[in-house]
Structure formats: C-alpha cells, structure tokens
Ligand binder design. Sequence first.
Ligand code: UD1
Length: 423
Amino acid sequence: MVPSERMKVLIVVGARPNFMKVAPIIRAARNLREKRTGLEVDTLLVHTGQHYDAAMSDQFFVDLGLPTPDVHLGVGSGSHTQQTADVMKKFEEVVVREKPDVVVVVGDVNSTVACALVTAKLSFDSAGSRPLIAHVEAGLRSFDRTMPEEVNRIVTDHVSDLLFVTEESGLENLGNEGISPDWIHFVGNTMIDSLLAFREKADSSTVLEDLGLRGRTEQDRGNTAVARYALLTLHRPSNVDTRDGFLSILEGLEELAADYPIVFPVHPRTRQRIKEFGLESRMGMNKAKVNSATPGSLSMQKGIILTDPLGYLDFLCLMKNAAIVVTDSGGIQEETTCLGIPCVTVRENTERPVTVDCGTNVIAGTGKTRIQAAIRAQMDRKASDRMPKHWDGRAAERIIDVLIRAHHDRTITKQSRVPEPCV
Ligand code: UD1
C-alpha cells in the first residue's frame, strides 16, 4: 500500500489528560516501524509544559511508558491568553525547525488550540505548504461557550485537516458545522486504548492499601476485601473558582460522606481554592498522606479524604474499585463508562453524550438537591457493560493508518504536480 518513504509526525502534549491520549499513538507508530512496512514513521514528542508538577506530568510518563519529550517548551501557568500565546511563540520555532509532515494535537486544552493555530498559519515555501493538522478527539461539543475547552475544541476542529472522532455525536456535530465528511474519521478513543492496555497493570498499584481501603499484610488476611468508597475529582473553574459554587457541590456530597469515605485527589487549582475559601473544615476530615494510613483505617472513617494528585495507575486502580465516581472531568466520564462504574457528573452539560446513553453517567448539575438525588440513584444502579462503538483498544492503530494514507496521497499529489486536495 505504501512506498518506501519516511513520515515525520510531531505529537503535542501539554496537560495531564493529553498523556494517556498520545501514548497509544506513539506505541502504534513504533509497532509499525518494527513491522518494517516500507514506511518509517518518526515521532517527535513536544511537551508544552502547561502542566509541569511531578504529579501532574512526570508520573504519567513513568506510568504510561512514554518517551522523554524531544522538546520541552516550559511555558507553565498563566492567564489563558498568556499561556496560549507563550505556547504559540515557542511552538512556531520548533515546527519551522523540524518541518514535520503531520502535527498531531489531542483533546481540548490550551496547548491543543495553540499548536493547531500555529500550524494552520505556517507556510514552509512560496506554495504555502505546511504540515497536515490531525486533531484526536474531534467533534465533541458541550454547546457551552463559557467553557474554555469548548472554544478550544471549535477552533481546533475548524483549522484541522484530519479529524479523529471518538463517538457518534462528533460526526453529527462536525456535519452540522459544515466540515466535509472526507476529513472526518470515526476511529474510537485513544484514552480508552490506554485504559484497556493498563487495566490489569493497575491492579499492581498499592493505593488501596496505602489509603487503608484494603488490608496491607498477611495478618490482615481477613481484611483483604476492598472497602466501599466513592472517588471524587473537581477542577473546573466554574465549580471551584467561587466559594458558593464549590460549597453547593460539597453540600451535595454530605449525605454520601456520612456513609462512606470519599477519596478526593486534589488538583492544584482546587487545592488553592480550598485554602483561599477556608473550606478545609467542610471536608469532614484531614488530608490523608498516601502510604501513611494504617490498614483499614480510612475505610472505617467517613467524610472527604484529600490526597495529592495521583499517577495514572493509582487513579485507574481507584476508579476500578470505586462504588461510585463523582467528577467534573470529561475523560473520567468516558473511563467510568468503559469500566462500567456509576458516575455522577457535577456539570450542567456533557460534550460526551455517549457516556449517558450507555447508562453509566448521569449529568447532575451543581445544585445540592440534584447531586444528592443523582448519587442515590447511581448507588442503586446495576453495573453496565455497554461499550461505545470502536472503544476497543484499536483507535491509535486506525489513526496511524489514516495518517499513512493521507501522507501517501499528499506525496503522490505533489509528485504529479496537481494542486493539493484539502485531504
Ligand atoms: C487544564 C485544561 C482542562 C483539563 C485540565 C486537567 C485548559 C483550558 N484547561 O485545566 O481542560 O481538564 O487541565 O487538569 O487547557 N497548576 C499547578 N501545577 C501544574 C499545573 C497547574 O500548580 O502542573 C496550577 C496553576 O496554579 C495553574 C492552575 O493549576 O494556574 C490551573 O492550571 P491550567 O493548566 O491553567 O488549567 P487546569 O485547570 O489544569
């Protein structure tokens, strides 16, 4: 199918949810190289540095077996404008120097839109040639433009050449926005590729023992059952950036916290707000130090248990074993669907409606009463094993196949000197 040639694929990561989305793509490119197909796919990994803490970034490279980034832009935190502009300025230098054939961006964070925009405006020569832009996780829409991620999704999709869609709603949304079906590829979900690849390895995590949710030693043999607990994540500015909004969610959790421990790995933004708003006392108990719990200790306690942000394998282990997950994250709605774990989403909307259609996810809003009702209903729910189409662990392979075809078509077109199609 392919001639003997090289394709240089530059892959961008910036923030925590990007890492699990690119790991399978890098692996699929590496497998192809090992199969000696006649085409060499060279990957170049660029980390923008949007997330930079060990717990928000480095640990994910270890857990997912990601290569060390070839280039680190080191942009760090700032306002949306500062962060996006810093990534753009620094990324332009890299892409001009490296001249890749394809730039792959994933998800909806500021780094995604920044690098897509830079690539769209480049021209390497007088003919205006530039890399193809591939957007992984295209087409998701919350229809809520107050979310920074929604703006990032729309802009990224509209400057991309290859749009890789994770669920059927994405096909419909992109169609409604007038994007040609020729550019859209329904490939599945690379975040789920990672989950399926690491689901078993997550069992080797000791996080349940470290938090006292399962017995640690032989002597605890009578105590090896996992305690019934809930898992919580909150980081959306709309949920944690005002005291009243944050409090309303905590009140919605009070009933659950009265009966079960709620493990809450705290995002740095949320940690700052808890301190700023003086909400520590509303959490029910003190911060747990992972590793320091005595066996069974936390499972005996109720209330919200704060931990530092966790690595990929520890968090996956906690998700797999949770009775319920309460979150405002996009990716966790998908991961709980794949695992069949009940999820309550504390937002007014979701850009991932397939997670609701599959029956694992309920959109509860952010008011106390609705959150309580959703939690009660979800605690009684039976496990679901409905899996969205193409969430089969092979999305990254499909993406690499499409990239090869697009690159091949482009090369042939250039050789025959016919004006380039938009792909
Ligand atoms: C970003 C993404 C969001 C994603 C989330 C996952 C955008 C617009 N938002 O939000 O879609 O769900 O990542 O975490 O891109 N901070 C640290 N250490 C870090 C990173 C951040 O302390 O390694 C603190 C900084 O104070 C920073 C704040 O967290 O100002 C927020 O970080 P930022 O990258 O701006 O946005 P997130 O809320 O993480």
